[in-house]
Design a protein around this ligand. Structure first.
Ligand SMILES: C[S@@+](CC[C@H](N)C(=O)[O-])C[C@H]1O[C@@H](n2cnc3c(N)ncnc32)[C@H](O)[C@@H]1O
Length: 365
């Protein structure tokens, strides 16, 4: 039932949308000098919406052909670029030229080098790996309505199987992908939270332990345990063996195995949003029981409602998780309500430098 404020907002959006839909208004706005930039922006936004898939495919072709990496090493002429990408000179020209307006490539005389976005991408391996991984997501999204109805190929759902039936190759591939994209996430957590106030951290669903490793390196005196499904924990344990850090891997499932005790800090990093409400509520209750009085739970993940984050992040994660057929992006208010229902005393949102990568919720028992 809409309240008075909602009714006012509906009236305003209805009026605005009718105005924007009127061809006469659009023609007039494009001619009137002060409104022209706004009219152009709307036209550009509509163009981007319809062309977004093509931009993604140009990016994917640059990454998968190895051309982005080759241009990061040194500028190439078209013949050199064609050899580096394994494409004909005609095809590589199409790709290089398509990348230029997207700031992925840039022509300087007869040579091609990276554009500003290409340069940023080539130094962020997590981004490149994520884009390569999107091949699966796009297969699921070829028919978005079928995906929303729970049909379609279900490639992402098959990759992210957390029920013990995942193929070893899939477990290896998703764990590696998570580890590669972890630096951007842990940077947010370290900027937003002082881990030095704790002695023992338990990272539930910690994957290969990239988060725990980075936090331990930045926090002398902190020890960490990574609790994850047995095939993932085995890989994490093998990685930890050579690190010389106080980190161990504990195999188990947070849905049915006891959570290890003795930790004053528990972290859920990009884990809670993967799961539906009932398992998350149950997990929060179990974490509350596993923590000592005054102990802390951190939820680190991109949130649905952080004003300073580009809101398109919520569109992306909403569809990603729908294709995964599990979980959903949640707002801070939703996590606060769930944490309070699980018995936690205080729930606070800490600002991070890049909320698109992750926000930090500090929850005290
Ligand atoms: C999206 S990944 C995040 C990994 C890591 N926290 C990160 O941010 O890079 C989710 C992790 O949760 C683990 N996981 C899923 N279900 C689990 C369960 N029932 N018990 C323990 N770990 C689980 C997965 O194996 C995977 O490593």
């Amino acid at each position: 039932m809409a309240n008075r404020l909602d009714r006012l907002r509906l009236g305003w959006t209805g009026w605005r949308n009718r105005l924007l839909a009127a061809p006469g208004f659009r023609r007039w706005a494009a001619r009137v000098a002060p409104l022209r930039p706004v009219a152009h922006r709307y036209a550009r936004d509509l163009f981007d919406l319809s062309a977004g898939f093509i931009y993604s495919q140009i990016t994917q072709a640059l990454i998968e052909s190895g051309l982005l990496a080759a241009l990061a090493e040194r500028p190439h002429d078209e013949a050199g670029a064609a050899r580096a990408a394994g494409l004909t000179p005609e095809a590589v020209r199409v790709l290089l030229r398509a990348g230029e307006p997207l700031a992925l490539t840039e022509r300087v005389g007869d040579l091609w080098t990276l554009g500003t976005r290409g340069a940023a991408m080539s130094t962020s391996p997590g981004v490149a790996e994520m884009i390569a991984h999107h091949r699966l997501l796009y297969a699921d999204l070829a028919d978005p309505l079928a995906m929303l109805r729970g049909g379609g190929p279900g490639r992402l759902a098959a990759l992210w199987r957390y029920d013990g039936t995942a193929e070893p190759a899939d477990t290896a591939s998703y764990s590696a992908l998570m580890a590669a994209s972890q630096p951007m996430v842990v940077e947010q957590a370290l900027a937003a939270y002082d881990f030095a106030r704790h002695r023992h951290m338990l990272d539930i669903g910690g994957g290969l332990g990239a988060f725990a490793e980075a936090v331990c390196r930045a926090t002398p005196g902190l020890s960490a345990a990574v609790f994850d499904l047995p095939p993932v924990a085995a890989r994490a344990a093998a990685r930890f063996a050579g690190l010389g850090l106080p980190i161990q891997a504990i195999p188990g499932s947070f849905t049915c195995d006891p959570l290890p005790g003795g930790h004053d800090l528990i972290t859920l990093v990009r884990v809670a949003h993967d799961h539906d409400d009932a398992p998350v509520a149950a997990l929060l209750t179990r974490i509350h029981a596993a923590l000592p009085p005054g102990g802390t739970l951190l939820i680190v993940e991109p949130l649905a409602d952080v004003r300073s984050a580009p809101r398109v992040g919520a569109s992306y994660f909403g569809f990603y998780l729908a294709a995964m057929r599990s979980g959903r992006p949640r707002s801070f208010a939703e996590y606060r309500a769930m944490a309070r229902a699980a018995g936690f005393a205080s729930v606070r949102l800490r600002p991070t430098p890049l909320p698109l990568a992750a926000s930090v919720i500090v929850i005290r028992r």
